[in-house]
Ligand binder design. Structure first.
Ligand code: PMP
Length: 334
C-alpha cells in the first residue's frame, strides 16, 4: 500500500509526548493570549451563533487580514492552518513535479507524496541559500521557498525570489515566521501573478491551537483556491479569535520583540554552534537532544544533512536560562 510507504518515510516526524518541563520543539509561541484579552474574546463569542455554518468564504476574517496587510479581501484566503492551504495549492496547478530546497519544512514533501507528485530537491547551499531552482521551473506545479526557512532560520534574498518568480512557474513563498524577520516579500504579489505567500497565526500571533493560516495572492489564484477548498473547514470560533487578535497587534508586537531579544541572547552564548536566525528558533550544531531530554527539555532532533543538529524554539526567559545552563553543561562533558 502506497500509504504504508509514506507513513514509513515520515516516521522520524513523530511528536514527543510525556511529562517534560520545557517544550521548545514545535516553534510555538511561549506566550498564551493574556487573560484580559481571552475574557474579551469569550464575551464576543457569546454573540457568535453556533447553529449556523461559518461564512462560506470567511469574508469577515479575510477583510480584516486584507486591511491589516494593505490588500483587498480578494487577495486573501484563510485555511485551517497554513498546512491546509499547502495541501490545496498542490491540487491547483498543472505540471508534473514540485521543487523544494532541503533542509526545509517537511509538509511540502509529505503532501506531495500523498498526492503522488514527483519532487525535485535542489538543496540549499552551505549557507542555506537557494541554488539553481530556476533550472527546474519548467513544467513545475509549484516551487516552494520557505523564508525564514524552517529549520535553518535564515531568509532568502529578495532578488533571488524575483529571479525564481521571473520563470513564470507558480511560486509558494512560505512566510510562516516572517514577523520575526527584517522584511516581507508579500508586496511582490502586486507585480507577480504567479506568487502565493503563505502566512499563519500559529507563530507570532501565538494561536497554534486555534488553527488559522492564510495565503495572499492574485485575485484569480485566490478565487480558484476558494473553489476547491472544503467550504467550512475553518470554524466560527477560530475565525473570530483570529479577527480579535489582529485588534491587539500591540501585544503581539511586544511578544515578537521579546522573542527576538531572547533569540539573540541565546545565539550570542553559542555563536560557535548556532546559525544566525530570523525566526523564533535557532538551529544548533550540537548533538544534545538526548542530553536535554534527560533534563526535561524537549527540542527538535534533526536528521539527514542536519544529523547531529538540534532546532531549539525560543521560550520564555526562565526556560531559555535553563536551556543555556543545560547546553553549557553539555559542552563541558562533551
Ligand atoms: N510553514 C512552516 C514553515 C512551518 O514551520 C509551519 C508550522 N510548523 C507551517 C507552515 C504550518 O503552520 P500552521 O499549519 O500551524 O499554520
Amino acid at each position: 500500500m502506497r500509504i504504508r510507504e509514506i507513513v514509513k518515510a515520515f516516521e522520524s516526524y513523530k511528536v514527543v509526548e510525556g511529562n517534560y518541563r520545557i517544550w521548545l520543539d514545535k516553534n510555538e509561541n511561549p506566550f498564551d493570549v493574556p487573560t484580559e484579552i481571552k475574557e474579551e474574546i469569550f464575551e464576543e463569542l457569546k454573540n457568535v451563533p453556533f447553529n449556523r455554518y461559518p461564512h462560506i468564504t470567511a469574508d469577515p476574517l479575510r477583510e480584516r487580514i486584507a486591511e491589516f496587510l494593505g490588500f483587498e479581501k480578494e487577495n486573501v484566503i484563510v485555511g485551517n492552518g497554513s498546512d491546509e492551504l499547502i495541501s490545496l495549492l498542490l491540487k491547483l496547478f498543472e505540471g508534473d513535479h514540485i521543487v523544494i530546497s532541503s533542509p526545509t519544512f517537511g509538509m511540502y514533501d509529505f503532501f506531495a507524496k500523498l498526492e503522488g507528485i514527483d519532487l525535485v530537491d535542489v538543496p540549499l547551499d552551505e549557507r542555506f541559500k537557494l541554488q539553481n531552482v530556476e533550472d527546474y521551473a519548467e513544467n513545475a506545479k509549484a516551487i516552494f521557498i520557505c523564508s525564514p526557512n524552517n529549520p535553518t532560520g535564515n531568509t532568502q534574498e529578495g532578488e533571488k525570489i524575483i529571479s525564481v518568480l521571473e520563470t513564470g512557474a507558480p511560486v509558494i513563498l512560505d512566510e510562516a515566521y516572517i514577523e520575526f524577520a527584517e522584511g516581507s516579500n508579500v508586496d511582490l504579489i502586486n507585480e507577480y501573478d504567479n506568487l502565493i505567500v503563505l502566512r499563519t497565526f500559529s507563530k507570532a500571533f501565538g494561536l497554534a491551537g486555534i488553527r488559522v493560516g492564510y495565503a495572499v495572492g492574485s485575485e484569480e489564484i485566490i478565487n480558484y483556491l476558494l473553489r476547491i477548498k472544503p467550504p467550512f473547514s475553518l470554524n466560527v470560533i477560530s475565525m473570530k479569535i483570529a479577527e480579535l487578535m489582529l485588534d491587539h497587534y500591540d501585544v503581539i508586537k511586544q511578544n515578537i520583540n521579546y522573542i527576538i531579544k531572547e533569540r539573540e541572547r541565546i545565539y550570542k552564548e553559542f555563536k560557535e554552534y548556532a546559525y544566525p536566525s530570523e525566526a523564533n528558533f535557532l538551529l544548533m550544531r550540537l548533538n544534545a537532544y538526548e542530553f536535554l531530554l534527560e533534563r526535561g527539555i524537549v527540542v527538535r532532533k534533526l536528521g539527514g544533512r542536519l544529523d547531529g543538529h538540534i532546532r531549539v524554539t525560543i521560550g520564555k526567559k526562565e526556560e531559555n536560562d535553563e536551556l543555556i545552563k543545560a547546553l553549557k553543561e553539555f559542552l563541558e562533558v562533551k
